[in-house]
Ligand binder design. Structure first.
Ligand code: SF4
Length: 504
């Protein structure tokens, strides 16, 4: 675990410190007592499940939540059959919220059987007022709700939850009207707290938040409203964290931010993302560096040059296109044109020929016509993506695009006709994506390339699964002692988006 703590040095009979992270350590020490007492009462260790929805940012936040839960004495559980369940939610689409409500229905029945069970909700969905109102009205068995800005306060909130009384004997199960849901949502903050415990999913690779929030306000996206304005961590803190990870055996790091290309602009002493990458490269033990996500409008020549020269930065760039039609890009507030995107992709391919480029594409944005889809298909053919994540536009309440969709809505017949048109455009585009990606990925057949071995193959335990620098997956026979190592693999057969190979 990162940042393990010596709890014997913390005096919980004193007042909580004001400074962070000491304050959170103090509350972790307090929580340990509650967990220990409940565990003794039940005659077994307590378990906790952190269930994650959504993006890499949420996955990293969940590692932080797991780190705190394990520090205070919970054992990890794989599913909701646990003493503590926390849903780290996503709200990028309206139906993401419905999935969480569905899971809560199931949790309610579990909690009725296990009155000591605790349930918490956090993440982007909790930043919406309407969600909080719904939880207060219809999901009164929930114990704790917090948002995206105060995740570092998790231990303090847990201590408040335990103090509120339902644990160790007085078990109402939270089903009665007097059950107090602890709700702590902040609208926005610049506060970034360092050095809290983190439980990593993989011992050999790790995500690192380099910034939080987003200032771009793409018209379909809720992120700037729920994750707040852009703020960068200091380079010193980032480098210190990565150095500690390297000492702990981590070989691959993924630098995370909604738009890493604008990293450092809000710092007192601004630095560029490319400069940060140069510093990360110097850290001994780190063999691979990835990053996610890059907004095309902010991708600089300096970054291309650093990637080109680097032996450690992986040969993969995720460069979200969203649409190939300048008219739709303008409506999306993406702030680049089709021509600018194509020129950028061409420059990247010219400077770093072995790079793989992947992208995100939305089909059916309000007002999009078949001719706009043709423009997107044109970009796909020209850029030759190694993969593309394609989505049919789904209205996200609270965004400008949702208001556009409502204004443009027609009669039920017209809406049905539009739905069919969107589906037809999507199928057409998906076929081009799949055909070009297959050809692109197959170009490596017969080569020997390094793969970081990540795990035993889920379908066939005789195979290991590794990842090439360009993010392509390769499965090959091997012993699980290779997990975490970078090994040369002969890419024998391409199967669409992955390879079967042999270790060399
Ligand atoms: S860059 Fe656009 S799509 Fe990405 S998080 Fe920011 S607003 Fe959302």
């Amino acid at each position: 675990m990162e940042n393990a703590i010596n709890f014997n040095e913390i005096n919980i009979d004193s007042k909580p410190p004001e400074d962070e992270p000491a304050r959170q350590y103090y509350f972790m020490a307090k929580c340990r007592q509650y967990v220990k007492a409940e565990s003794e009462r039940l005659g077994r260790p307590l378990t906790a499940a952190v269930i994650t929805f959504g993006c890499q940012m949420n996955a990293r936040d969940s590692e932080k939540l797991s780190g705190i839960l394990e520090s205070i004495g919970y054992l990890p559980a794989e599913d909701e059959n646990a003493d503590f369940v926390i849903y780290n939610t996503c709200t990028v689409r309206d139906n993401a919220n419905q999935r969480v409500y569905g899971r809560l229905g199931h949790i309610n029945s579990l909690k009725k059987k296990n009155h000591h069970m605790k349930v918490a909700l956090c993440g982007c969905m909790m930043q919406e007022l309407s969600v909080i109102e719904k939880i207060k009205k219809s999901y009164r068995f929930v114990d704790l709700v917090f948002g995206t800005h105060n995740i570092y306060k998790f231990a303090e909130l847990l201590a408040e939850m335990f103090d509120s009384g339902d644990i160790c004997g007085t078990h109402s199960g939270g089903q009665n009207a007097s059950h107090r849901i602890i709700i702590d949502i902040w609208e926005n903050t610049d506060k970034i707290v360092e050095d809290l415990p983190v439980e990593r999913k993989y011992p050999f690779k790790s995500g690192i938040n380099i910034m939080f929030g987003c200032d771009n306000f793409c018209s379909y996206c809720i992120v700037p409203y729920v994750r707040g304005r852009e703020r960068s961590r200091s380079p010193e803190d980032i480098l210190r964290e990565i150095s500690a990870l390297a000492r702990d055996g981590v070989a691959e790091v993924m630098l995370l931010g909604q738009n890493v290309n604008s990293y450092g602009k809000t710092l007192e002493n601004p630095i560029t993302f490319a400069q940060l990458l140069r510093e990360v490269e110097q850290i001994e033990g780190i063999e691979r560096i990835r990053f996610m996500t890059s907004h095309p409008k902010d991708l600089s020549d300096e970054l291309i040059a650093v990637m080109k020269e680097s032996k450690k930065i992986c040969r993969h760039l995720h460069l979200p296109l969203q649409s190939g039609s300048t008219r739709i890009l303008t409506a999306m507030n993406r702030r680049y044109t089709k021509e600018q995107y194509l020129a950028l992709a061409e420059k990247i391919r010219r400077e770093i020929p072995d790079i793989s480029i992947t992208t995100d594409i939305i089909v059916g944005f309000p007002g999009e016509e078949p001719a706009d889809v043709d423009e997107t298909i044109d970009v796909i053919k020209k850029v030759q993506y190694d993969n593309a994540f394609t989505f049919i536009y789904s209205k996200r309440t609270g965004t400008p695009a949702a208001a556009m969709a409502e204004t443009m809505a027609g009669t039920p017949e017209e809406n049905l006709e539009r739905e069919m048109m969107v589906k037809e455009g999507f199928d057409r585009l998906l076929k081009v994506v799949q055909d070009t990606a297959r050809q692109r990925v197959a170009r490596l057949e017969g080569q020997i390339l390094d793969a970081l071995v990540e795990e035993v193959n889920e379908q066939d335990s005789r195979l290991l699964t590794g990842r090439l620098s360009n993010n392509t997956i390769v499965h090959f026979p091997g012993d699980k002692s290779l997990i975490g190592r970078i090994v040369p693999v002969y890419l024998k057969e391409c199967h669409g988006f992955y390879y079967l190979g042999e270790k060399r």
